[in-house]
Design a protein around this ligand. Sequence first.
Ligand code: FPP
Length: 238
Amino acid sequence: MPDSQTGPKHVAIIMDGNGRWAQTRGKPRLFGHHAGAKRVKEIVRACPDVGVKYLTIFAFSTENWKRTQTEVSGLMSLFRRYITGEMKDLIAEGVRVRFIGDRPRLDAKLIKLMDSLEDATSENDKVHLTIALNYGGRDEVARAVKEMARDAAAGRLDAETVDETTLAGYLDTRVLPDPDLVIRTSGEARISNFLLWQSAYSEYEFIDTLWPDFTKDVFADCVARYGVRDRRFGGVKA
Ligand code: FPP
């Protein structure tokens, strides 16, 4: 269990507000997503300075396919560009990258790039960056339960022994600690199907800043505010 007197080890972020940021500038929504991608680079680099070891970001949800074809394909090409453009620096800077979400629905070229970035950074340990891509918390639990049912049917899992740890071990996030702090930008106070299981005891921070304006100083402020919170995990104050 994390120590409430220290900073958050794992921060998860719902990066919201790219569209509004672009609209207020009279630009297409994709302009906001490009600005958002620059912030991703900045925030990943700021993690060691603020003591954050694990950063998980919500890049594309299982619901985001409902957006226009132009926006969806623009986002997919932005993800491909991010991976090809950042690969060298992420390796050199000690960032280990993982992707969570339902991969098979993504296009083959993107999946290949995701696999190669995971492989190329697999020895890194300075910062653990997890990118949620075609991710939904309910979908993740449903996929985990399906896999458990398969294992039970094949005699690899005894249903009577199933507990919370068993289920957590089937989730996409099985190798990650639970997030200590979940931040959502842009003034919306919803979790939108992000890390539903994992955030059971997380602290939440809903801030008005739109994601393209989320600088490393804003990030540092969120981390500092977490440090003065009193987390009791359902217990009582010591
Ligand atoms: C939500 O803002 C944002 C998204 C659905 C996409 C997030 C993607 C990025 C930040 C791009 C870069 C990511 C990586 C990993 C390189 P919105 O478009 O829903 O904003 P709105 O609520 O103002 O319309």
